[in-house]
Design a binder for this molecule. Structure first.
Ligand code: G6P
Length: 498
């Protein structure tokens, strides 16, 4: 079994003596897959994870290891890792110009259309790099896979891999999973026509495509109909294209309650919880935790908090807003500008409302996982208001970790909303006033109702933990077609890598 993703389960740094040291790779995608890869049933099959070298330290590690195969470098990656070394231009073009600045923007509908996008020669150079990068992954997977192996390709970075890989190795079973939303056809078709065809055709090289929510799967199918002329969405057999059929599945990734609560019981989290209690001094905590990411809608969230304090002055001095932003992608100028706007808005709120004895808002731009866990256990209100989000696992972690119930203010544009809309306070993320009103309603929720809703939200959040989520996809990929009429193949009978 092979897993392929841009970011892998391990990353390297160079220490003061010039030695390479390994650490855990970051981000939600890696966390979910990592747990799946640690499953003994996945480990047992001689599996491997193929990822890109992301920076100079990674590239050195990949070059120094025979065939890029890394030992675990002090960090348990679950399965062995092969890191692909490539020149910096190929990586930057594929990751920054195309994956992050184009595909991410399209799927999250982030463009300010009068100005962007604009597809000229720079874009074409980036696209050529994206093709090279995907071809490199396809060749590495083709070289590592045993006959009939199952390959699990992750996310938009690797959208062309299924098509390339099928040409090289028609014997393989190939799955592709999208961890993002999918844009409706009118928006997707902002991309040049040849690019829309290549992306959809490339993904349809897979036997199965996975999405986090039904809405994203339906949008993908609608794009196929519009761009490739496939039959209208909804055929239970899947999408027929170029003489093949690709199945489509929805797998709403959840969290592992046992692992999460065990980590939250560690002393470093208890220490942070003590500090936060002192900071809050009995005031009610309104929390948000995001990557420093345009799609997370942090600025409108802060504006809503300001409106809450203006329209409901009874909360002044009685609440405190913790805003934790974990740095991400700050090599992109759009992200740096956005974070400057976040800081500006936070400073304005403090200037307007702070008193000698009360700070209304604490903005922390740092990656402090134990502090995030501590805050989730204490918050009374959790704000998750992305303009668009594939799933959003913070919305799932909050109810699981909450000690005394948490009221969830949730964007209707997050994939998770399809599962949690009954017990969350659902908002239109563009409507700042409605978000402020939802914060007020959240603070007013009776404790008993808050606790009951939290229990139901936690049950939904833990329904499909990463190992089960991955197992479900393995079964779907390796299940013989309906014509064979057989039971799904047990995991331990899957073909393994060579
Ligand atoms: C989040 C998204 C994934 C994406 C990942 C990449 O986890 O949900 O869709 O692949 O970020 O982030 P990175 O930091 O590697 O650019």
């Amino acid at each position: 079994m092979l897993i392929a993703s841009n970011r892998g389960p391990i990353a390297f740094d160079v220490d003061d003596d010039g030695r390479l040291t390994g650490r855990r790779g970051g981000g939600g995608l890696v966390t979910g897959l990592q747990d799946a890869a640690r499953d003994p049933r996945v480990r047992a099959g001689g599996s491997m994870w193929i990822c890109a070298a992301l920076d100079d330290a990674d590239r050195r590690a990949a070059r120094e290891a025979p065939h890029g195969r890394l030992d675990r470098a002090g960090h348990d990656t679950g399965v062995p890792v092969r890191m692909l070394d490539m020149d910096r231009d190929t990586f930057d073009g594929a990751y920054n110009a195309i994956a992050n600045r184009t595909l991410w923007f399209v799927q999250h509908m982030l463009y300010a259309i009068p100005e962007a996008p604009s597809f000229g020669p720079d874009f074409r150079r980036g696209w050529a790099a994206f093709e090279r990068y995907n071809a490199l992954f396809a060749r590495a997977l083709a070289a590592e896979a045993a006959p009939g192996a199952a390959v699990f390709v992750q996310d938009y970075h690797l959208a062309l891999v299924p098509g390339y890989l099928r040409e090289l190795r028609p014997d393989l079973r190939i799955a592709h999973f999208s961890h993002t939303p999918w844009a409706p056809p009118e928006y997707f078709r902002l991309l040049p026509d040849a690019v829309t065809q290549a992306l959809l055709g490339g993904m349809l090289g897979a036997d199965r495509l996975g999405f986090l929510a039904g809405r994203w799967a339906a949008a993908f199918e609608a794009c196929c109909t519009d761009v490739l002329g496939t039959r209208p969405p909804g055929d239970p057999a899947g999408i027929r294209f170029a003489g093949r059929t690709t199945g489509v599945g929805v797998h709403p990734l959840g969290v592992d309650a046992a692992a999460l609560t065990e980590r939250a019981a560690a002393p470093d989290v208890a220490r942070r919880a003590g500090q936060l209690r002192t900071l809050a001094a009995g005031r009610r905590i309104i929390l948000r935790i995001d990557r420093t990411e345009l799609s997370k809608n942090i600025v409108r969230g802060l504006e809503a908090y300001r409106e809450l304090l203006r329209t409901h002055p009874e909360w002044i001095g009685r609440v405190v807003h913790l805003v934790y932003a974990c740095p991400s992608r700050n090599e992109l100028p759009e992200y740096r500008r956005y974070m400057a706007a976040v800081q500006r808005t936070a400073a304005e709120i403090c200037a307007e409302f702070a008193t000698d004895s009360w700070v209304p808002l604490h903005l922390e731009i740092a990656d402090d996982y134990p502090r995030s866990l501590a805050a989730l256990s204490l918050a009374e209100v959790l704000v998750v208001n992305p303009v668009r989000d594939g799933m959003n696992l913070v919305a799932k972690e909050g109810p699981v970790l909450s000690r005394d119930g948490v009221a969830l203010v949730l964007s209707r544009e997050a994939g998770v909303c399809a599962q949690m809309d009954r017990d969350a306070l659902v908002v239109n993320p563009f409507d700042v006033s409605a978000t402020a009103a939802a914060m007020h309603a959240a603070l007013g929720q009776p404790a008993s109702e808050r606790r009951a809703r939290t229990a139901r939200l936690a049950a939904v959040a833990t329904a499909l933990p990463p190992r089960v989520w991955f197992h479900e996809q393995i079964e779907a990929l390796t299940r013989p077609g309906p014509e064979a009429g057989a039971e799904p193949a047990p995991l331990d009978q899957l073909e393994t890598t060579g």
